[in-house]
Structure formats: C-alpha cells, structure tokens
Design a protein around this ligand. Structure first.
Ligand code: DC
Length: 229
C-alpha cells in the first residue's frame, strides 16, 4: 500500500462514459483530471495539419519535440478539457470522430506513445490525479492505488457517442458511427504497444445499464474504503 500512488485510473473503450465519470470523480475527490485521449487527439491534429508522413518516425519524432501541448481546465462545468498546441486552441477541432480514428492510428507509433507517456507521468508526479485513457492503469500508472476498467455494449456506446456529438453540433450516421467505434476499439486492443487492456488489479464496471451517477457513487465508495483501510 505504501508504494501505491494517490492516483485513480479509468480505462476502457470509447463511449463507455469515461470522460464524464472521470471528471466527476476528480471533482468529488479534489484531484486533477487528466484526459490522456485529448493528448493523443492533439498530436494527431498537429501531425495532420503539418501533413506529416506518419510512417516516417524521424520526422514524427522531431515534430513532437517541437510541440508545445497544454491542457487547460474545462471552460464549463462537465465540459471537455481545453487543449492548446503551439499557441493554437484546438479544443473543438480535436473532438470529432475522424480525429478519434486518427488519434487511434497515431497512438500506435512508438515515439508518440513514449513522449505522451512521459508527459502523463510527469503530471502524475506533480499531484493527485484521476487519469482517463486506454493504458493508464497498465502502463502509465501501474502503481496507482485505484484502478477501474469500464465496459458497455457497443450499440449503447454508439448511441451515447451520437448524442454527445449531436450536443456538439455534429450529426453522424448511427450505423457508420457503430462501425467506427468497433474498428477503433479493435485497433486499440490489438496494437502491440500499450493496448487497450484491463489491468489485473482493476475493478470492472459495466455501464450499459447503470447511470453515470451510480457508477461515480460506486467508484467513490471504493476509493474511500481503500483510503481508510
Ligand atoms: O479517449 P479518446 O477517444 O479521446 O482517445 C482517442 C484515441 O487515442 C483512442 O482511440 C486511442 C488513443 N489513446 C491511447 O492510445 N491511449 C490512451 N491512454 C488514450 C487514448
């Protein structure tokens, strides 16, 4: 217990409710919320804007070295974190399903994973955090005190994602969205480096038919119980 760090990790596929849940758990605990997916999306957006050849690791590496990536607190309560890259606000531009697909592709590049993992670990060193992503409990913070892995049926996840995108003013075809979600999860699970995987010591919660408030309540109860034991 003494080597465990005061970090909560929340991993799982897209559309399981990770972001909303992570934000609320972080707010309830007074911890910093770390959206690692936003970092992969920001890198994907930059590489796309600069028209970098993703198969050229050297160019990807030098582009990353020159990248100034900043995460800002959400502009509104229960909103996404803000992201600024080299002075440009990309907060909205990174929140499309296309950028999710590209982020998934970019996240399999070894230099990208190395750089972002180091940045995430540095943020974890600086204070108590709730980290959300695919590999936060397995690779980034294996010594986290509390680990969760969220799951939900793909159809329900597609429905949630559609509602989320609609709220952001984006209309997407439901079937197409489901196909994208299934593909992205398969790619994230099957990549060699830091795949989407449940940590051995993670608690699994299926969010298909439990509401977000209930999931947060269960998680906070677990965190508190392990804190005082
Ligand atoms: O959580 P998200 O949808 O914003 O993540 C976008 C993509 O980034 C996801 O499909 C895979 C990648 N990602 C990753 O590989 N590791 C993480 N810890 C977070 C995201």
């Amino acid at each position: 217990m003494s080597e465990k760090r005061e970090i909560v990790t929340i991993d799982g596929p897209s559309g399981v409710g990770k972001s909303t849940i992570s934000r609320r758990v972080a707010a309830a605990l007074g911890y910093t919320y770390l959206d690692t997916g936003a970092m992969y999306r920001a890198v994907a957006h930059s590489l796309q804007q600069l028209q970098i050849d993703l198969s050229d690791e050297q160019v990807v590496s030098s582009t990353l070295a020159a990248l100034d990536l900043q995460l800002l607190p959400a502009a509104k309560e229960d909103g996404d974190v803000g992201v600024v890259v080299n002075g440009q606000d990309v907060s909205n531009a990174i929140r499309t399903s296309e950028m999710g697909m590209l982020a998934s592709q970019v996240s399999a590049i070894p230099v990208v994973r190395k750089r972002l993992t180091e940045m995430q670990q540095a943020i974890g060193q600086a204070g108590k955090i709730v980290a959300e992503g695919r590999d936060t409990g397995t690779v980034v913070f294996p010594d986290a005190c509390w680990k969760f892995f969220l799951e939900a049926d793909p159809e329900e996840r597609a429905r949630r994602r559609k509602a989320q995108l609609r709220a952001a003013g984006q209309e997407v075809d439901a079937e197409e969205l489901l196909a994208m979600i299934v593909k992205r999860d398969r790619d994230d699970q099957e990549r060699t480096l830091a795949p989407l995987q449940k940590a051995e010591d993670a608690i699994v919660i299926d969010t298909t038919s439990i509401d977000i408030q209930e999931v947060c309540r269960k998680m906070l109860e677990f965190v508190q119980s392990k804190k005082t034991s």
